[in-house]
Design a protein around this ligand. Structure first.
Ligand SMILES: CC(C)(COP(=O)(O)OP(=O)(O)OC[C@H]1O[C@@H](n2cnc3c(N)ncnc32)[C@H](O)[C@@H]1OP(=O)(O)O)[C@@H](O)C(=O)NCCC(=O)NCCS
Length: 225
């Protein structure tokens, strides 16, 4: 489970777990996590959030050689969670979570369950750059391409840890024959060489991406458990 140097491990976890497994996961939560778990009004959201947090604790524990309950998760200025000894990021959507792990570079992860009814052209015009919109609108399968790009855009915001404090139009991503790349990002002069973008196919119709601060990296997709 622990990534090798220069490797990004992308862990995909299913979130519709049995009541027994969810109870075991809840037993690993801190008081803050337990309070967040019970705060969800909708049972499916609550259980999936709990399963994502439980899987995160299990995966981090496995990589760090610690019991899940012993993993100490802290938070950066814009809410990015971190632990000592490992870089990671979490995303969840529908019944899946994606956890990106690295030993040597900052990472951001995003997973999305594409929803057919979303007005993706309108969202693209609002959140994407002119270049991204032009390439998207010229693509053959616009809907699929939209979600592929959305994941890459989100993963970058999560790699830098800035989240919504950075405008989604302040950086541009382009798909290439072998994947994707960051073209530029405001305020980061060497952005194009500093970050690597990896669109991922986690299966079952989900789209995903990992962005890592580094070059020459390899990705490894792993199912959990
Ligand atoms: C938190 C944020 C960074 C991502 O949220 P999201 O896409 O709704 O949800 P995800 O499941 O992908 O990510 C949530 C996880 O990100 C992590 N996270 C929270 N703040 C973070 C930050 N600043 N940086 C990186 N990771 C963060 C947490 O682990 C969180 O998990 P939790 O809710 O179980 O604690 C959010 O602030 C954000 O950027 N939303 C983007 C909305 C948008 O307009 N996107 C346009 C894309 S083009």
């Amino acid at each position: 489970m622990k990534p090798r140097p220069g490797e990004i491990v992308a862990v995909v976890a299913g979130l519709d777990v049995s009541p027994g497994r969810l109870a075991a996961m809840r037993a690993t939560f801190t008081a803050r996590e337990a309070a967040r778990f019970v705060s969800f009004a909708h049972e499916e959201h609550r259980n999936r959030w709990g399963a994502a947090r439980g899987a995160l604790r299990e995966v981090l524990g496995a990589a760090l050689g610690q019991a899940p309950a012993d993993v100490e998760i802290r938070y950066g200025p814009h809410g990015k969670p971190y632990v000592d000894g490992l870089r990671f990021n979490l995303s969840h959507s529908g019944a899946r979570a994606l956890i990106a792990l690295s030993v040597d570079c900052e990472v951001g992860a995003d997973i999305e369950l594409p929803r057919e009814r979303r007005r993706t052209d309108d969202i693209a015009r609002r959140f994407f750059t002119a270049g991204e919109i032009a390439r998207l609108f010229a693509s053959v399968d616009r809907k699929a391409e939209f979600f592929r790009l959305w994941c890459c855009k989100e993963a970058f915001l999560k790699a830098t840890g800035e989240g919504l404090s950075r405008s989604t139009r302040s950086y541009e991503i382009e798909f290439t024959a072998s994947g994707a790349r960051l073209l530029w990002a405001n305020g980061i002069p060497d952005a194009a060489t500093r970050y690597s973008v990896f669109p991922l196919d986690p299966g079952d119709g989900y789209r995903a991406a990992v962005v890592a601060e580094g070059g020459g990296l390899k990705t490894r997709l792993v199912r959990w458990p």
